[in-house]
Design a protein around this ligand. Structure first.
Ligand SMILES: [Zn+2]
Length: 220
């Protein structure tokens, strides 16, 4: 026997069921597309050297003979971007070898966070130093003496002048680039260890500097 009241109740219940099913489907879809919330765990990169560090160059001032030598004699200005880029790649590969990425990740060793490196060539005493930007230490500056660039071309023979200057300037830049990306035990590592690591990378990337004693000993 037909029971119109019950039938309409059943229809109503089915409609409700369908509505609920649709709703739950929508919320699953939303879940899948949901943006990570701040409390979500951020996945660390699998390789410690897979991010880009922008490089900048600041010359001050352009009339300085050392700056002119940097642009026109020691390097050709068109070669400078590629040269600096290659220096940084070599430094990062030697300090954080990609083939050891898994072992480094396992030991929770990550490349130091550096957002940019600016090479500043200017009239100053000494050879070079590395520092953090005043506002943000993750933006590094390498200050290189324009006067030193001039004097680094004092060659064993005049024919060697440009090569000698180029090797020395690249060696100093590589050494300083190490300081931008190396860890220092939050300021606790001994200075000799820090400098030794920078020279070790320089020696592997560019060969030892001509004025190093160890080079003279090695040549004998
Ligand atoms: Zn140093």
């Amino acid at each position: 026997m037909n029971n119109p009241g019950k039938a309409s109740e059943l229809k109503k219940a089915n409609r409700k069921k369908k509505k609920l099913a649709k709703k739950s489907k929508r919320s699953d879809t939303n879940k899948n597309n949901a943006k990570p919330q701040p409390q979500d765990k951020i996945e660390l990169p699998t390789s410690p050297v897979n991010h880009t560090i922008p490089l900048h160059l600041r010359l001050s001032d352009l009339s300085h003979a050392g700056v002119k030598a940097f642009l026109n004699t020691v390097f050709r200005s068109s070669d400078i971007p590629q040269t600096l880029d290659q220096c940084l790649k070599n430094v990062r590969k030697l300090l954080y070898p990609p083939e050891l990425a898994d072992a480094l990740a396992g030991a929770e060793i990550r490349e130091k966070e550096v957002r940019s490196i600016t090479l500043v060539i200017r009239d100053m005493e000494g050879v070079a130093y590395t520092t953090g930007n005043q506002l943000d230490d993750a933006h590094k500056e390498i200050h290189l003496s324009a006067n030193y660039i001039l004097s680094s071309g004092e060659p064993p023979t005049p024919d060697d002048a440009i090569k000698h200057a180029k090797d020395e300037v690249i060696g100093v830049i590589v050494h300083e680039m190490v300081h931008t990306v190396q860890h220092d035990g939050k300021g606790t590592a001994p200075g000799g260890f820090i400098e030794g690591a920078a020279d070790w990378v320089r020696a592997l990337a560019c060969g030892p500097a001509a004025h190093w004693d160890i080079y003279a000993i090695g040549k004998k």
